[in-house]
Every structure is written in structure tokens, then in C-alpha cells.
Design a protein around this ligand. Structure first.
Ligand code: FMN
Length: 228
């Protein structure tokens, strides 16, 4: 079976897969560019970009970027996004993952938009003000949630404050890596498994128009993709 295309706002992906952003130092331009070149969405992490191109930032005597503006460097992110785009040869799309929890979140989101990212993917907290930081940019916004309740809150808030909605949403279950929206003990409960969360999130998504739901966490094979 051929997988169907995935449309998110203005983006059409021939391969309906979004590569998870992985910080620090895992998903940079080479991975994201290679994924996009296959027709999917490659995602670079905006966290710690100063470590990727140390020659662009101010460092202390141990070679560590100084402060948030050098750790999450605007110039380095710009270079990463541009190189990822070059590597993609115009196929797929390039997203930037920005963790809500980082210092300088608003500035880094704006940096990503200025760098020419096609989408911002944002979790590790509720990105309730995300639209505010990309004003004037035509960019897809994709929050990461782990419950229908979180999706509802985001949609209600964005609609009321910014008259816009997410272009898609990532539902991350407890098998995902990185920062999660679950307590450790809940990760093992049936009601928090991805297949239990999905129906209620799909139901909530229906209230907000053509909102695509992308599942993450334990979706590792063609069979897993087909199942979801
Ligand atoms: C090593 C590692 C680092 C990650 N870092 C981030 C991150 O910085 N931001 C984020 O939103 N998700 C992060 N994640 C989660 C991934 O983006 C992705 O959603 C998740 O890994 C999907 O689940 P899977 O690994 O089962 O495919 C990370 C995952 C891994 C394994």
C-alpha cells in the first residue's frame, strides 16, 4: 500500500511522516535535509544550536556558548535551516522544533521563522502564545500535546487571542523519547497509551476544522503507521 500524501496548511508531503526533532545535537541539518529530500518533513532542533557552529558564537574558556543568545544562536539556526533546505533539494519541508521550556522561547521561535522554516513544532509545555511570536510570517504551527484537554485549551486560546488555529497537532504517547507530558507512573496505564488517547484527540480535533493529527511515540514501522 502506498501511504497517502499529507497536507498541512500550504505544505504537501509526498511521504506522510514528520521526523521528530531531537535535541541537543541529534537532529541538525543533515538528518532533517535527508528526510525532507525523501518527501517527508525533516525537523531540526532549535536547542543548543551554538554548539553546532561554535565559530558563530561567543564562548567561555571551556568552549561553551555564553548565555541563551549564544546557546540557542540565531545565526547558527539560520545556517542549519538554510543548509537543511539546500540538502532537501526543494522536496518535503523543513520544520524547527522549539521546546516551550527553553529560555528565550519567543526570540528563538521568531529566529526560526526568519530563518525560513516551513513549520514550527513546539511542545514540552503548552505553546499558548506561539502565534504571537510569528506575527507577519506565513508559517505552519504544530503544537505537541498528550491529551485532548491540552488540544482544546490551545485551540480555544489561539482562536480567542489570535484568530488562528494550529495547522496540525502532534499527539505524543508515552513510548516517545524526550520530554513528555506524563508522570512516570501514568506511562504504564492503559488510558495513557497512544491508542487510548487517539480517539479522544481525533474527536476534539474535529471541533476545529481540518486539523491533522500526527501520532508519535512507538510508531516505528510501516505496520505501525498503517495501524494508526
Ligand atoms: C534523543 C531524543 C531527543 C528528543 N528531543 C526532543 C526535543 O528536543 N524536542 C521535542 O519536542 N521532542 C524531542 N524528542 C521527541 C521526538 O521529537 C519524537 O516526538 C519522539 O521521539 C517520537 O517518538 P518515537 O521516538 O517513538 O518515534 C526527542 C526524542 C529523542 C529520542
Amino acid at each position: 500500500m502506498t501511504l497517502p500524501k499529507l497536507t498541512i496548511g500550504k505544505i504537501t508531503l509526498d511521504v506522510p511522516i514528520i521526523q521528530g526533532g531531537m535535541g541537543v545535537g541529534i537532529s541538525w541539518e543533515n538528518l532533517a535535509g535527508a528526510v525532507a529530500k525523501e518527501g517527508a518533513m525533516g525537523v531540526v532542533s532549535a536547542v543548543g544550536t551554538g554548539y553546532r557552529f561554535p565559530e558563530l558564537v561567543k564562548k567561555d574558556k571551556f568552549g561553551r556558548p555564553i548565555g541563551p543568545e549564544n546557546t540557542h544562536s540565531r545565526e547558527a539556526l539560520k545556517r542549519i535551516v538554510q543548509r537543511a533546505k539546500e540538502l532537501s533539494q526543494g522536496r518535503g519541508a523543513i520544520g524547527v522544533n522549539v521546546l516551550c521550556a527553553i529560555t528565550d522561547y519567543p526570540r528563538v521561535v521568531r529566529d526560526a521563522a526568519e530563518a525560513g522554516a516551513d513549520a514550527i513544532i513546539s511542545g514540552a509545555g503548552l505553546p499558548l502564545k506561539l502565534p504571537e511570536y510569528v506575527k507577519g510570517f506565513d508559517i505552519a504551527l504544530i503544537p505537541i500535546v498528550s491529551s485532548a484537554r491540552a488540544l482544546k485549551l490551545i485551540c480555544q486560546t489561539w482562536e480567542k487571542r489570535y484568530q488562528r488555529l494550529p495547522d496540525a497537532v502532534v499527539l505524543e504517547g508515552p513510548l516517545s523519547g524526550g520530554h513528555q507530558g506524563f508522570h512516570k507512573e501514568d506511562c504504564f496505564k492503559k488510558e495513557y497509551q497512544l491508542e487510548s488517547l487517539l480517539p479522544e484527540v481525533l474527536e476534539e480535533a474535529k471541533n476545529w476544522g481540518d486539523l491533522k493529527v500526527i501520532v508519535a511515540g512507538g510508531v516505528w514501522s510501516y505496520q505501525d503507521i498503517k495501524k494508526y
